[in-house]
Design a protein around this ligand. Structure first.
Ligand code: NAP
Length: 182
């Protein structure tokens, strides 16, 4: 890839899958859990490792890891998904620290619930419309210096729930109203 695109200086680790899992009735081979970890966590770790040598040679470069508001409070219906996003947050913090003093900026994009095809949000009126999300994210990317975490207004309740003392209330609100009972 570096040979074909020598000027490549941005890696966005965006690919992800989200699947519901009932932990009391798992598939014996844990196929969903393994697929989620492989895509959401190992994928970014592998891509970062593969491209770091190339990115280090650029005058300026950036790695953008896409986590989730659910990294900070889990939706219990999707346990492995939320665990991988919490792991991506942690990994990103370590990566940023290790790359301090290099030309590579490490950013974390923390989306709220956005209307995409990730699980069932595309037609859900509670999800943030995709065009609004993109516009707000792009305006944050343009601010100088760019914040280490890109958080649109809608995700700040989840992101800062522990700091605001509202973790328990938001956890209950997120999980207890679910009709599927998970
Ligand atoms: N939408 C939300 O509410 C929300 C909230 C928080 C975080 N996020 C995160 O945002 C990121 C983008 O999700 P999205 O909402 O845009 O969902 P999406 O519409 O389902 O897009 C997911 C993307 O990931 C790609 N992908 C999945 N598995 C892959 C694999 N094994 N190899 C390569 N590409 C793969 C898909 O490619 P194909 O189309 O080719 O399958 C697709 O382009 C994800 O990391 C997600 O966890 C989304």
């Amino acid at each position: 890839m570096a040979t074909e695109f020598p000027a490549l200086n941005v890696l966005i680790n965006n690919a992800g899958i989200m699947r519901p899992e009932n932990l009391l009735a798992q598939q014996p081979d844990l196929v969903d859990a393994e697929a989620i970890v492989t895509t959401n966590l190992l994928g970014p770790i592998r891509l970062t490792a593969a491209l770091l040598p190339h990115l280090q040679k650029q005058p300026r470069a950036a790695i953008v890891n896409v986590s989730s508001g659910l990294a900070f409070i889990p939706l219990a219906l999707t346990p492995t998904y939320c665990a991988t996003k919490a792991a991506i947050h942690s990994y990103t913090e370590s990566l940023r620290y290790q790359l301090r003093g290099t030309p590579i900026e490490v950013l974390e994009l923390v989306p709220p619930y956005v209307a995409t095809h990730l699980m069932s949000g595309a037609d859900d009126p509670r999800a943030m419309p995709l065009d609004q999300f993109i516009a707000e994210v792009m305006s944050i990317f343009k601010t100088q210096p760019t914040p280490a975490e890109i958080c649109v207004e809608r995700v700040k309740g989840l992101r800062f729930s522990a700091a605001s003392g509202k973790y328990g209330v938001i956890f209950a609100g997120l999980n207890e109203a679910r009709p599927d009972g998970h």
